[in-house]
Write a protein that binds this ligand. Structure first.
Ligand code: ZN
Length: 351
């Protein structure tokens, strides 16, 4: 069993922390912090589900500093997640499940960590939350974007307040925003790389704007937003070696691809080189785990090229992350249908 602590006042030491590695001295266990504000229905914010992603912690620290001397416009509940991984600056400790896969409706709920966060959801849901925000960072270069797991107007509006780019996804399961979507509009926000001042400021501004929002407006999403749907998760089969600057591998990846996150690449773009005579391929899994390599790629002599225009996201140069997780996601935009009453309908076309 994992201890879940609950507190009702801001510890002074929390406002002084300059490094997420020190958080365990304030919160030795995963902790829920409840604070009352003018509007009763709380905003729920989770930080440090990944121990090396500190933007959420420092965004919340700014909010707590700002409201030290005057009341919050809305009640706030903060969950400080994987504090033991944060202590060593890792995404998760060896032997721990990923805190971003263990939430209700996921596949790793039957773990000590999964049971602990299920308790978090029950407790927060009892307060009838106004909205939920889960704050993360990326390892690769990406713009700010919000992820939703539901396409209702309120969820899209929430995400559009954080960034113009909104991503809708159905897998992986077990993320916080999917579990919380059953109770209120919920978003996962990706704040670029960790440790950056501008990311702290942007996330804090977003949380503050949600604390000030008294109700969700009728006419939904910010007009300039674009909603993308992740259609494939690109991985490298274990059987093949890969690398960026080496010739002695089955698949040689191109470091310059990292700058193409969230830009549309034309058909024919070279995605990788394969070794002479090698049968090496990627996998391009859909939400059901079915591989569609041929839908997205063509192999020409020693090159793997894009078969059609694609917008990639989360391309990383971190070889460990590629091996453990994936090389990138492929996305297609969802074109909204204008409705009679002036709103937009973002229902999915079939893929
Ligand atoms: Zn994360």
């Amino acid at each position: 069993m994992i201890q879940l602590d609950e507190i009702y006042e801001v510890p002074a030491a929390l406002l002084e922390i300059k490094d997420a590695k020190a958080l365990h001295m304030v919160f030795p266990n995963p902790t829920l912090l409840y604070l009352e504000g003018h509007h009763e229905a709380p905003l729920f914010v989770t930080v440090l589900l990944h121990g090396n992603e500190d933007t959420g912690l420092f965004a919340i620290q700014r909010i707590l500093q700002k409201y030290q001397t005057h009341p919050l416009p809305r009640s706030l509940i903060v969950f400080f997640g994987n504090v033991s991984a944060a202590r060593v600056g890792m995404r998760r400790l060896d032997g721990q499940p990923d805190y971003n896969r263990i939430w209700p409706l996921g596949t790793e709920t039957d773990t000590a960590e999964g049971k602990m966060v299920a308790k978090v959801v029950t407790k927060v849901a009892a307060h009838k939350p106004f909205a939920s925000i889960d704050i993360h960072n990326n390892t690769g270069k990406n713009p700010y974007y919000g992820c939703v797991n539901a396409l209702d107007a309120d969820s899209l509006y929430l995400a559009s307040l954080f960034a113009r780019t909104v991503v809708y996804f159905e897998t992986p399961k077990g993320v916080q925003s999917m579990a919380m979507a059953a109770h209120c509009p919920a978003v996962t926000v990706e704040c670029g790389k960790p440790h950056l001042e501008q990311g702290f400021a942007h996330a804090a501004e977003f949380v503050d704007s949600m604390l000030h929002l008294s109700a969700f407006p009728q006419h939904a999403i910010h007009q300039e937003s674009t909603v993308y749907h992740t259609t494939a998760r690109v991985t490298i089969p274990d059987a093949y070696s890969f690398g960026f600057d080496r010739e002695d591998v089955d698949i040689r990846l191109l470091p310059e691809l990292e700058k193409d996150n969230f830009s549309e690449l034309p058909a024919g773009t070279v995605f990788a080189y394969i070794a002479e005579g090698s049968e090496a391929r990627f996998h391009a899994f859909d939400d059901e785990g079915v591989d569609h390599f041929e839908r997205y790629f063509v192999v020409e002599s020693n090159k793997i090229k894009l078969k059609k225009p694609i917008m990639p996201s989360m391309i990383t140069l971190d070889e460990r992350v590629i091996r453990q997780d994936c090389l990138c996601y492929f996305m297609e935009s969802i074109v909204p249908q204008q409705q009679e009453h002036g709103g937009f309908d973002y229902r999915l076309a079939s893929y």
